[in-house]
Design a protein around this ligand. Sequence first.
Ligand code: BDR
Ligand code: CA
Length: 323
Amino acid sequence: MQPTPSTDATVHTLIIDTDPGADDVIALLFAMAAPERLRIEALTTVAGNVPLAKTSRNARLACEWAGRPEIPVYAGAERPLRRTPIYAANIHGKEGLTGVDVHEPAGPLADGHAVDYLVRTLRAAPEKSVTLAMLGPQTNLALALEQAPDIVRGLRELVLMAGAHFNGGNITPVAEFNVFADPHAAEAVLLKSGVPITMLPLDVTHKILTSDERVARLRGLGNRAGAIVADILDAYAPQEMKHYDMPGGPVHDATVTAYLLQPSLFKGRRIHVEVDSREGMGFGQTVADWYGSLHRTPNVNWIVDGDAQGFFDLLTEHIARLP
Ligand code: BDR
Ligand code: CA
């Protein structure tokens, strides 16, 4: 199935599946600041950076900080399909958020499981109408597809922060965290869903980096959201810069929001991608056939490059609209 190409003017009916996570919260604030382009139906949460109770609380906090308490948050999978759960508290802190204090948000969780919500909503949706942004391990969608394969009918496109090829991995030499945290789920989504997929792997997120000037502009906005984003980045970026010897820190998941709003900022290629889900050194690797050596049907629009200044301009412009 060929994707209906999204443009810089596309209005998305959107569900965001997420495991907040420092960069997830920035991606969520960014998306919630664009109601004219991104009609967010719900957030669904998954265990990933930290356990589910904390990712669900942090997603509700993001709604509160964005002044969007009406967006429902459904809690989903508490653990990956088959592998032992792993978390990334070493990067995101034990509360899943660096640089800011967390509290119990006023807004409650929505009733019901995220997987049931996905099944019910995608079944009822007009054909190819819902974009699903995925910012964490892909467990919820894999479970929904297993339960109700017919839900693909309602999906327009999946846009994932996931995977690594040219860059190498960030949790093993070859694996990126979201895929490594649940490779069996990633495999189900990539190989069985048949839905148009765009992936923003480390290949691009490690090219879109913070700088003192970029963070200062966010802080200088003078609103609460600008201070939150700047505080998160000031705490999150230095550890990444040190580990990878990079001049700035990545804002991985926020590239998904930027792609939805302005795909012309990014460059990629439709290629065939598979996931290695066998135990061993390659566990969780995305095997990306960039040169078409395998002559297999492309299943992913694999993004490798992006306009870093364009990304930070778009992010800053949107964060400025929030409380
Ligand atoms: C991804 O892993 C998580 O730690 C981040 O939130 C992002 O989704 C980057 O590899
Ligand atoms: Ca994430």
